[in-house]
Design a protein around this ligand. Structure first.
Ligand code: PLP
Length: 483
């Protein structure tokens, strides 16, 4: 079956719209949705939490919905629909591989649940207890930190500059040089989900390779915002492994990707075993399947892979350079506006001219307000969605905030006693490709007013979710829940 001959594939290709920076908002699901705020008003939702989850591109949803007419079992099903499902799934693998420059003769591309799953899977393959070492960094998301601290793996974490949150390259280089011979992997984020810092992954890759190690990149924050390529295997600056999640790439929750050299996944046991992972099983023996099947236990998420591939096609239609430039403009505008306000403390690089490239992820605290109060007021008084807390990067956020060990011990005691009110944190705004300059200005106005007048509503701490909520409640979520 060729992709172009079947109706489903043809319909998806023919109906894929020409999406550009100018018209992208037309193709983002729910972009004009209004939401309730205190006082009973409805306002357009301003989503500035794309570092957590992006909304889905409508063409990705349409493609997935159309697929449900053809949807059936994958792998080894003999009916037409099964053959088509398998065909579509494998096509998606090719689309995603091309997007990151993976060569499926050399690499394997494994569909997983999300980036966390991908990084845990990688750790089970690369973590050797026999004195081998993995170097990560203090700026990692917990998903690229905790997998390396278990399974008997030895892990070290390169330092960050406590002032601007950039990676301390002298420390990274020193650790790599000192550990040559027992270093098996350097794993580093492609872009911080706290400060938007983009460590020099090509330089780190070269260093790792020169010292006999492989390099993994947690590309979760990078792939939907910059043109990212694995690089040719004979290029000293190539990346060996990359991990990312579909729900941060304008596709729905539930699928993610791990890419790496096929040979690594041809040996060792998969992290999860069962159906789909074997060639043969007797009561005494198992012959494992070849990659990627060996690492895709159970029935795979074909609609998720399809939505991811379709979202990638939309990103490609816009052009990754255009995506990056649009997001840089929003970042410049946001940083310039925030720097002009007394009472905003920014974390990470603050250069509004972006002398050094960085992602559109901006963390801050507001004088006189806790992070939870500020986020609640933005949500309930302006309809703005940001993220607050430590963004699953507690060691990094703690360093940037300058929280001492004693203070942290006190926080841990308070938490153990059920008191969450004093947990340190920041708020984070993270615009995406579909956000506008007007939305950034709206956010800046809201911050300015909050700093000047404080929250206008009365809030109480919701003991269940540990968020501040209006008292009395401004709405009932039951009214909006589909079930
Ligand atoms: C840099 C980074 N890595 C990994 C993850 C984990 O992604 P997921 O929750 O989709 O597994 C995140 C999520 O915020 C992230 O920002």
């Amino acid at each position: 079956m060729t992709a172009d001959t079947h109706d489903f594939c043809r319909q998806c290709q023919e109906s894929a719209p020409a999406v550009s920076i100018e018209n992208v908002r037309r193709y983002v699901a729910g972009v004009d949705q209004t939401v309730p705020i205190i006082g009973g008003r409805q306002v357009p939702y301003v989503s500035l939490d794309n570092a957590a989850t992006t909304p889905a591109f409508q063409p990705a949803i349409d493609c997935m919905v159309r697929f449900f007419q053809w949807y059936s079992s994958v792998h080894r099903g003999s009916g037409f629909k099964s053959m088509l499902s398998t065909h579509v799934y494998e096509r998606c693998r090719e689309v995603v591989a091309r997007f990151v420059g993976a060569d499926l003769d050399y690499h394997t591309l494994i569909f997983v649940q999300n980036a966390t799953h991908a990084l845990n899977k990688l750790a089970t393959r690369v973590c050797m207890p026999k004195g081998h070492l993995v170097i990560a960094t203090v700026m990692e998301h917990h998903s690229n930190m905790l997998p390396w601290r278990r399974l008997g793996c030895s892990a070290e974490f390169a330092a960050v500059d406590p002032l601007d949150g950039t990676l301390d390259m002298a420390d990274m280089e020193d650790r790599i040089r000192r550990n040559a011979g027992r270093l098996c992997l350097v794993t580093v984020t492609g872009g911080s989900n706290v400060t938007g810092v983009m460590p020099p992954i090509r330089r780190i890759a070269r260093l790792a390779h020169e010292h006999g190690a492989l390099i993994g990149v947690d590309a979760t924050q990078l792939v939907a915002h910059r043109h990212f390529l694995m690089g040719a295997p004979d290029d000293p600056e190539h990346v060996d492994f990359a991990a990312f999640s579909a729900h941060k790439m304008y596709a729905p929750f539930g699928s993610g990707v791990l890419v790496g050299p096929r040979r690594v996944f041809e040996r060792g046991l998969p992290d999860m075993v069962g159906g789909g992972t074997i060639s043969a099983v007797t009561m005494d023996e198992v012959i494992w399947a070849d990659p990627p099947e060996r690492d895709e236990a159970g029935t795979p998420n074909v609609p998720g892979a399809l939505a991811l591939a379709a979202a990638i096609q939309t990103l490609q239609s816009i052009g990754m350079e255009e995506v990056a430039e649009h997001e840089r403009q929003l970042t410049r505008r946001a940083l310039a506006g925030l720097k002009a306000m007394n009472g905003v403390r920014l974390y990470g690089p603050t250069d509004a001219d972006l002398g050094e490239d960085r992602l559109a992820v901006i963390a801050m605290t507001l004088a006189g307000l806790t992070h939870a109060q500020a986020a609640a007021a933005l949500a309930h008084e302006w309809g703005i969605g940001v993220r607050n807390g430590c963004f699953c990067a507690q060691p990094y956020v703690r360093q940037l905030l300058g929280v001492t060990d004693d203070e942290m011990r006190q926080v841990m005691r308070d938490l153990a006693a059920g008191d969450h009110a004093g947990v340190p944190g920041m708020i984070r705004m993270s615009p995406g490709v579909y956000n506008t300059a007007e939305e950034v200005d709206y956010f800046l106005d809201a911050v300015r007013q909050l700093l000047a007048d404080g929250p206008q509503g009365r809030y109480v701490l919701d003991a269940c979710h540990m968020d501040y909520v209006p008292d009395p409640p401004a709405f009932s979520l039951d009214q909006y829940a589909p079930l």
